[in-house]
Structures are given as C-alpha cells and as structure tokens.
Design a protein around this ligand. Structure first.
Ligand code: KG4
Ligand code: ZN
Length: 375
C-alpha cells in the first residue's frame, strides 16, 4: 500500500530542535529553539554573556579581549543553554553557529565549538551568516511573512535590505563608513559619557535641546539609500571642543546628535521604501527595524511615523531580539536545515560575508578590500 502525504501533512511533521551559538562581536551566546515552520518558533533558552565591562575602559570593543573572553565562556554558556532548555544533546536536530561576518577570533571560537559538537554527536552543522540571523530576527517575536524591508542598525552594521526569502536578500543601502551604533559610541566617548554609548547618549539627550547644535545630515536628498556617519561623528567632536564642556553641553550635543541620526536614518529609509515598493508592488507592506540602535525610543517614534506616512506596517522586535543573541542564529540555522542546506565540517570562518554578494561587489559601500566585500 502506498501512503500519500499532502504538503500540509509534511509541513505539520516538521519539528526541529536546533542549538545556536553566537560569538561574532562582544556577546557570547547560546540558545535552543524548536522550529515547526517559519511561523511556529519556540525559544526554549537564550543565554547571553555580555563583555561590556571588559571593553568599557577602552570605550569600544577590543578584538583580542573579545576573542579570549569567547574562548573562556563558550562551553559554559552552551551547557547553560542546554540545561535551561530541558532538552538533551542527543535530541538536537542540528548545531548552528555564526560563521561570519564579524571579529574573526570570536567567530572562530563559536564555530569551533559547534564543529566539535556536530562531530561528537554526529549531527548536521549549520554555518549561519550573522546578518541573516538579524534579518530573520523579527520571527522570534511574531510571524513576519516575506517580503519585508529591514533596517539593520547596530554597532557593526547599518544596512537596508529587502528580505525576499530565505537566502534571498537585496541590499538597498549600506553605510560607506561607520555604522550608526559606532557613531553613538564614538560620540559618547568624546564627551566622556561611558560605554556602550547609545543608552548613555539617549539618557543625556532627554535633558537637552535637539535644535541647539547644528549638525550635518549626510547624503540628505541623494538618489540612493546609502548612509554616512563619519562626518557626523567629527562634527560632534568639534561641537564638544568648542563648547564649555558642561553637563548642559553634554545634554544639548547628545540631543542634537540623536535628532541628526534619526533624521538621517528616516530620510534614507524613505528612499529605500520607494525602492522596495518598486520591487514588490502591492506586496511591499512591512517594515522592520532591528539591531542595538533600534532600542532608541526617539528613533523608534520617528520610524513609526515614517512607516505610517508611507502606508506600511512597522515592527520593532523586543530589544532582546534586536541586539546580538543566539536565538536568531538558531532560527536561521533551523530554517536552513528545513531547506536541506547543511554545511561541511571544513566550513571556514569569514570576517566578511555580504548577504547580497552581487550588490556588495558592484557597489562596495563598505569594507571592500583584498578580502572582499563586508556588507
Ligand atoms: O546589535 P548590537 O547589540 O551589537 C552589534 O553591534 O552587533 O548593537 C550595539 C550597538 C552599540 O553601538 C550601542 O551603542 C547601540 O547599539 N545602542 C543604542 C542604544 N542601545 C544600544 N544606540 C542608541 N540608543 C540606544 N538606546
Ligand atoms: Zn549583530
């Protein structure tokens, strides 16, 4: 007798349990996630060890310190994630780890841990692009059907992507120099506000006047959706030097800087929305912001207004899914596994790994060098 399964039956049979590992910047993280389809995701554990304290004295992430910390912490964090999830190593369907882009020492630590587990347990290895993790992250909180426009704003990345489908991304814009979070961190450092800069700048900004200091809006009106933040950062340094360097100056410069970044991100996103609508027509309905800078309330408000004015729905996932975490890596790994895309144990860690390779090569907005395009 032959048994026939409809697509629906096959879909309902999908039940994957994936361990994810993240170590590409300054968070060592592990997570176990159950995946029964793209709109049926359950996070069983998500453990994150931040290295903020180790990097704080330097006002930024120091790669050597990060790599050592990842190596020391990774085994314990994985064990904790397994414990909290209440599942066993044997029951895992696959092991996912960030294999780029990022600080190479950290990426190697996490990827090696995943390779060791995959080998010992004889389970599939899933080498995940960190940016793909961010791109799929809204699905950790709620179903988010393709396609959607994603603004990814973190300490390492500032990009606008059309998320068309798994493994299918179109880069609409990218920073040509610093990431938005980097601009927050460096501005905070100049004014001595502490690390990480974003939350401190936001706190000071609440007490200042956003119109008090004139700052540039790089690329405003340009007919593309790229960003530039280096000039803004320099303008903040100049304004600080020229000021009385009082608490009032800290508040006013922070408020003016935050307003400038929000203006730039909203204006550039507006351009990308038009491109996204050209690509997807009536299907261009959703806009998502993710990454650490998406925690900024003034920015969220600004982007909400923008989306409403353009007739798009707006979604900012909870902060724990915006900043670096391993649940998004487990999710991307599970989606790859469901699509039959597993990796060899010999897969390499990659400091650079654009999601849209063609666009990164044709228009190397950031970091195109001997090793190839970064974003
Ligand atoms: O996504 P994330 O945790 O790590 C990566 O860089 O991948 O983002 C960290 C960045 C830092 O630059 C931090 O200053 C910024 O996000 N950030 C903020 C806020 N909270 C974190 N920027 C502006 N406002 C905030 N409230
Ligand atoms: Zn990230």
């Amino acid at each position: 007798m032959t048994t026939h399964f409809s697509d629906e039956t096959l879909q309902s049979k999908l039940d994957l349990l994936v361990l994810g590992i993240e170590s590409s910047c300054d968070e060592t993280a592990a997570s176990v996630l159950r995946y029964r389809g793209e709109d049926d995701v359950e996070i069983l554990s998500s453990i994150i060890a931040s290295q903020d304290e180790a990097h704080a004295p330097f006002g930024g992430v120091v790669p050597e310190i990060a790599a050592r910390a990842h190596m020391q912490k990774i085994d314990g964090i994985v064990e904790q994630a397994m414990d909290v999830s209440g599942t066993s190593y044997e029951s895992l369907s696959g092991i996912a780890a960030t294999s780029g882009p990022g600080l190479i020492g950290g990426v190697i630590s996490g990827l090696l841990a995943a390779k060791g587990l995959a080998l010992a347990l004889d389970k599939p290895l899933l080498a995940v692009n960190h940016l793909e993790g961010h791109a799929l992250s809204p699905r950790l909180a709620e179903p988010c059907p393709f396609p959607y426009l994603l603004l990814l704003v973190s300490g390492g990345h500032t990009q606008l992507l059309s998320v068309n489908g798994l493994g299918y991304y179109t880069r609409l814009g990218s920073t040509v120099d610093d990431a938005a979070g980097e601009a927050f961190d460096k501005s905070a450092k100049v004014m001595g506000l502490g690390f990480p800069g974003g939350p401190n700048v936001e706190r000071w900004a609440a007490k200042g006047d956003p119109k008090s200091v004139k700052l540039p809006r790089p690329f405003k009106g340009r007919d593309h959706a790229d960003f530039s933040f280096a000039g803004l950062k320099t303008a903040v340094a100049r304004a600080w030097e020229a000021s009385e360097q009082t608490d009032n100056a800290k508040a006013d410069i922070s408020a003016s800087f935050q307003r400038a970044v929000s203006d730039v991100l909203a204006e550039r996103t507006g351009k990308a929305m038009a491109m996204f609508k050209d690509m997807h027509g009536d299907n261009a309905k959703r806009f998502v912001v993710a990454g650490g800078v998406a925690a900024n309330k003034a920015l969220r408000e600004r982007l909400t207004q923008l989306a409403t004015s353009k007739g798009m729905s707006f979604f900012a996932p909870p902060l724990k899914f915006c900043t670096d975490n391993a649940a998004m890596i487990a999710l991307a790994g599970a989606a790859k596994l469901a699509a039959g895309q597993t990796d060899e144990l010999g897969v390499k860690a990659r400091p650079r790994w654009p999601l849209d390779n063609a666009a990164a090569k044709a228009n190397p907005a950031s970091g195109y060098g001997k090793k190839g395009p970064k974003s």
